[in-house]
Structure formats: C-alpha cells, structure tokens
Write a protein that binds this ligand. Structure first.
Ligand code: BES
Ligand code: MN
Ligand code: ZN
Length: 483
C-alpha cells in the first residue's frame, strides 16, 4: 500500500472512502463540507475499535467510515489496530483508495500517533497474493491528513510497517519458493538498495574452511545448500555501539531423521522467521539511518532426512571447537545458531548480541502466540527488549536460564548435547542454555519467537494462521533507542 501525506489544512479531494477517528463520548468532528446522516453520528459511540460505515450526503467523499479510539488519550496499540481495521474494511467494500482525516484527535505525541497509524495501515493491508489467480481487493492508496509532527511519524510508520510486511512476505512464502538461496537473494536485494548496507554470503565451501561443522551437519540431509548471510549497516557518523542480530533461517524443518509428525508439518516453512525479521530490520535501517552499527547474521538451511543427514547420536563440532552430540536431529536450530553466534563473537565482536529463533515448541506452551520469550545473560538488555515490546505491541516476556539448565545440556561423548534429559522440562530454557555456550561474555539476549512468529489472533493488523513479522518493529525500536 502507498501512503501519501497531506497537510491538515489541505482541502479533501474526491474519495471513495473517508476515514475519521472518533473518541468515546465526543461527537465526531467531520472535515468542513462533509455531511452524513445525523443518525450515523448519533449512534456512533466512539468506543475502542467500534466502526460505523455510512454514505455521505454532501462533500467530496462517497462514504464515511468512523472508527472509535475509546476514552481519553488513546494507546498507540489501539491506534495501530484501528488503522488496520480501517484499511481492511476499505478493502472489503472494494475501495481502491481512501483518505484518513485525523482532525484534532491527536494533541500531544503526534509523531508517535502518526507512526502507529501508518504502521497499522501498512500491516493491515498486507496480503500474499502471488499464487492466487484472482486476488482479493486490498486498499492500494491511503492519503493521511495531519499536522507536520503527525506526518513525520507517518513517514516512519510507513518504513517500519513496510519492513514488517517484508518479513511476513518471506515467512508466508512456501518453502519451495523460499529456499536458503532465496533468502540470500533477498539479502542481496536489500544491500543493493542502500549505500550504507553491505552483504557477504558464506557458502558451504567457505563454512567448511571456517569449520562450521554444526551448521553444515544440518544442511547435509538436504539437496539445498546452506549459507551464512552477513549483512552490515554502517551509519554515516562513527557509531558508538555495535549491535549484532542473528536470525534462525531454517527454510523448512521436517525434523530430519527424528522426523516430525505430518500434522502441521507445513507450518515448518515458518522456521525461517528469525531470519526474515533480520532482513526486515535491514530494509528499514536503510531508510531510518540510525547512528548505530548493526550486523545481521542469518544462518539459512533446510532440515531434511536422507542418507547424508545427521543421525541421532552423531557428534559434530562447531567453529569454536565445541563438540555436540546430536541426540535429536529436530533440535537443529541451536546447531545452526551455535556456529552463527560463535562466528559473531569471534569475528564481529559486537557490544550486544541478540538472536531470534523459532527454537522450541515449549515456548508456545509457556507463553502462547501473543508473546516472545526472552532469555540471556544481561538483565538490562532483556529489560530494554521488554520495554521495546511494550512500545511496539510486540510483547516480550522474560524466561530464566539457570545453572541447572546449563548443566543439563552437557554431553557424555561430546562437550554438549543438543537436547536435555527427558525429565527436565523447561524446553525453552534448556534451548537457551545450550546457546549460552557460544556467546562468551558478550551481553546477549535470545528471543524465542516460536509462538509469536505466526498464529497470533489478538492484533487486527496481522492475521491468524499467517506470519506476524514479529521482531522487526521490536528490534528497530530497540536499535533506535541505542543511537
Ligand atoms: N522449529 C522447531 C520449533 C518449533 C516447534 C517451532 C513447533 C514452532 C512450533 C525446532 O527446530 C524444534 O523442532 N524444536 C524441538 C526441540 C526438541 C527436539 C528439543 C521442539 O521444540 O520440539
Ligand atoms: Mn526442529
Ligand atoms: Zn526448527
């Protein structure tokens, strides 16, 4: 969707649909010249997410959609949801374009509201239509009227919302169209689009030279070669801080020889959601230009069973020399992350390391689909991510990694094993404990997005079974606060 910005004072142009925002207990304020039946104004209460569609009697708009923001100063998450409701409704009634008139609803913090409006509108209009013979109508253009501060926010929201949509597009793309090599093409495309972003891609030969035995063991069972994508963003000014993001880019997880049951196995195309989020972040960095150096590593591979695949009991060795007993070939995410994290520590040496991964089914049990589980070795970092979660509506909840979780991941034949003992439980914490072995002393957070990457239903701006693009807006908020 394309958003255009119009000043609050600009005259309304002819439009199929005019969207206006209302507050509970306050009569809706329509732009000058627009009239609707009195009854529509009277029966619209302005409660949170309430909608009222009416034909216009006079003025440049054919129809008017009123949306309620609820009582008092609206929360940004409510604004996002309302904007998404509006664009979805516009699509449903077949409007190709619409005008959003913000009136004087936003006083303070107009920039934040503008950003939330544009984010909600961008995210609410996302659809993957590539494979449909007949695509449903979606709103193509939205003009937003507002004051300068609000419109500056709109421009940012268009970027962050657009980056979320890119991540979702990569997520929702079926695994035969989003192979490791396709992740590489996307990374190259993003780097081509910005002078501040460069990309290097390690292929299997390069990874063999670097002795990335854990990552390479996962791709051995697949006919698709694995890659380690390394994006880097350098600001114009010398940055004070260097952040490294690592995203699990498993384009399909069959489980390997420890094969998964066939029910819902199709969902394992989403096992690259961490990598998709990293790519989404980089697309937005090019436009937001924060004063922070950011690196993004995406280990990308398939996990398939065949004669070359990892066998339960195999021992593989990561690039830092750690040997790992692969007791379950379905715990493959931690194997590819082990090499990526060790590589980040040894070659990038960031001030902060954050990984995102659809790592464990256990986090879905613990936190469901609306929250991301956060673990690591640095309370302040986790606190900052929780705060960014609150600011963006991408909720983050801390989970522990304790000594006994770490002890449980020690191996018998190798230094580590890739699953815990059967009675331990706490699968997300033991997964995090495994990863903790590869980050050294670097302040590190592990975001388990196995629940939040798809299947969320609470937020109007993303949909049900499909990917959520989680992590993109969260990390952009975090990164911008470090600049
Ligand atoms: N990609 C899965 C995790 C997953 C499962 C994400 C279900 C979303 C929904 C991961 O590679 C995996 O299979 N993890 C195993 C780990 C276990 C073998 C220790 C799991 O969670 O069952
Ligand atoms: Mn797995
Ligand atoms: Zn997996």
């Amino acid at each position: 969707m394309k958003i255009t910005c119009k000043s609050a004072a600009a005259r309304l142009t002819k439009t199929e649909l005019l969207v206006v925002l209302g507050k509970e207990g306050v009569k809706v304020n329509l732009p000058a010249g627009v009239t609707v039946p009195e009854i529509a104004l009277e029966t619209f209460g302005g409660t949170e997410r309430e909608t009222r569609l009416t034909d216009a009697i006079g003025g440049p708009a054919k129809r008017v959609l009123m949306i309620g923001l609820g009582k008092g100063e609206p929360e940004l998450e409510v604004v996002r949801r309302c904007a998404a409701i509006a664009v979805k409704k516009a699509g449903k009634i077949g409007a190709g374009s619409a005008v959003l008139w913000t009136g004087a609803v936003f006083g303070r913090k107009a920039g934040g509201f503008g950003q939330a409006l544009a984010e909600g509108a961008m995210m609410g209009s996302y659809q993957l239509t590539d494979f449909l013979r007949k695509a449903p109508t979606v709103l193509g253009r939205l003009a937003i009227h507002g004051d300068a501060a609000l419109l500056a926010g709109v421009r940012r929201g268009e970027i962050t919302g657009g980056a979320n949509c890119l991540a979702r597009r990569l997520q929702d793309m079926p695994a035969n169209h989003m192979r490791p090599r396709d992740m590489v093409s996307e990374a190259r495309r993003i780097a081509r689009g910005s002078a501040a972003i460069t990309v290097t891609v390690l292929d299997e030969k390069a990874m063999t030279r670097l002795k990335m035995g854990a990552l390479l063991s996962v791709s051995r069972g697949s006919s698709e070669p694995a890659y380690l994508i390394h994006l880097s963003y350098k600001p114009a000014k010398k940055a004070r801080r260097k952040i490294c993001l690592v995203g699990k880019g498993l384009t399909f997880d069959s489980g390997g020889i420890s094969i998964k049951p066939s029910a819902k196995m199709d969902e394992m195309k989403y096992d690259m959601s961490g990598g998709a989020a990293v790519l989404g972040v980089f697309q937005a960095l090019a436009a937001l230009k924060p004063d922070v150096e950011v690196h993004g590593l995406v280990p990308t591979s398939e996990n398939m069973p065949d004669g070359m695949a990892n066998k339960p009991g195999d021992v593989v060795t990561a690039c830092d020399g750690t040997s790992i007993e692969v007791l379950n070939t379905d715990a493959e995410g931690r194997l590819i992350l082990a090499d990526a994290l060790a590589h980040a520590r040894r070659t990038i040496k960031p001030d902060v390391l954050i990984d995102l991964a659809t790592l464990t089914g256990a986090v879905v049990v613990a936190l469901g689909h609306e929250l991301t589980g956060a673990m690591g070795n640095d309370e302040a970092l986790i606190g900052a991510l929780v705060a960014s979660g609150q600011a963006t509506g991408e909720g983050v909840w801390p989970l522990p990694i304790l000594e006994f979780h770490k002890r449980d991941m020690k191996g018998k034949v190798g230094d580590l094993r890739n699953i815990s003992s059967p009675g331990t439980g706490a699968g997300s914490s033991t997964g995090g404990a495994f990863l903790s072995n590869f980050v050294g002393d670097i302040p590190w957070a592990h975001l388990d997005i196995a629940g939040s990457a798809w299947g969320a239903t609470e937020r109007d701006y993303q949909g049900g079974a499909l990917g959520t693009g989680v992590g993109v807006r969260l990390l952009l908020d975090y990164i911008e606060k470090q600049g």
